[in-house]
Design a protein. Structure first.
Length: 240
């Protein structure tokens, strides 16, 4: 029997890869392969053609200049990305691309960058950066461990839920105690790390949604996460 194939699309890994966000793609790939799936890992760079119907879409963070470089290509593909999001494709967008999946963001230099509006969030430039190790407490995924570094202050509109709350860390804007956004199967977050190797439950959520949609209800084989469990316990015990 040929292995079932899963396509994972990584948006702009050449530009949007601060703190190794590309590791999110690697984590999805390995956790799928360990369960016997074949993975088409597709890197999308500005000017490339998008694959037909990816099973999971991920994207990372980047400096303001990198966001400005990828934004025209992103908007050009907006209709398809919106269609995928509306139809339930699991997506994970970190920091710079989280911001660009919202209505707009501003660079520190003051230029407005219109985004896709897939997530009902807006981001304004703030004075001072929100930086540090952080834990987002999510009802659905438990404690999500990561590292944030952003100047943008993101506010959620009524069309999204937060990903979680930040008892430790600054989160979306340093004031409302919320972190990230969740709409349908699209998750936006400020968590770098990269986030998925540190938070396998979140990685498996994206995988579960993807394989259920592609192949029908599926029981995912458990993996040995003992090493990451140890690392998580130590990170959770550390003060910010
Ligand atoms: N340039 C954006 C900000 O500082 C995004 C930064 C990032 O992706 N780490 O808000």
């Amino acid at each position: 029997m040929t292995a079932e194939r899963v396509t994972v699309l990584n948006l702009y890994p050449g530009h949007m890869n601060v703190y190794g966000d590309r590791g999110n793609m690697l984590t999805l790939r390995r956790r799928l392969e360990w369960r016997g799936y074949e993975v088409d890992a597709v890197d999308h760079h500005p000017g490339d053609v998008l694959p037909d119907s990816p099973d999971i879409v991920v994207g990372g963070g980047g400096q303001d200049a990198a966001q400005a470089l990828v934004q025209p290509d992103l908007l050009e593909h907006g209709a398809r990305l919106r269609e995928w999001a509306e139809s339930g494709t699991p997506m994970l967008m970190v920091c710079g691309l989280f911001q660009l999946f919202g209505h707009h963001t501003y660079t520190v230099a003051g230029s407005a960058l219109p985004g896709l509006g897939i997530l009902d969030v807006t981001t304004d430039a703030g004075g001072g950066r929100l930086v540090g190790n952080t834990v987002t407490v999510s009802e659905e995924f438990g404690p999500l461990i990561g590292f944030e570094n952003h100047a943008g202050r993101t506010r959620l509109g009524p069309g999204v839920n937060p990903l979680g709350k930040v008892p430790r860390g600054q989160g979306n804007n340093g004031t409302d105690g919320l972190e990230g956004a969740h709409y349908k199967n699209v998750i936006g977050t400020y968590l770098h790390g990269p986030v998925l190797p540190k938070n396998p439950r979140l990685a498996d959520h994206l995988i579960q949604v993807a394989v259920d949609r592609r192949f029908g209800p599926t029981e995912l084989a458990p993996l040995d996460d003992s090493a990451v469990d140890d690392a998580r316990a130590s990170a959770l015990a550390r003060r910010r």
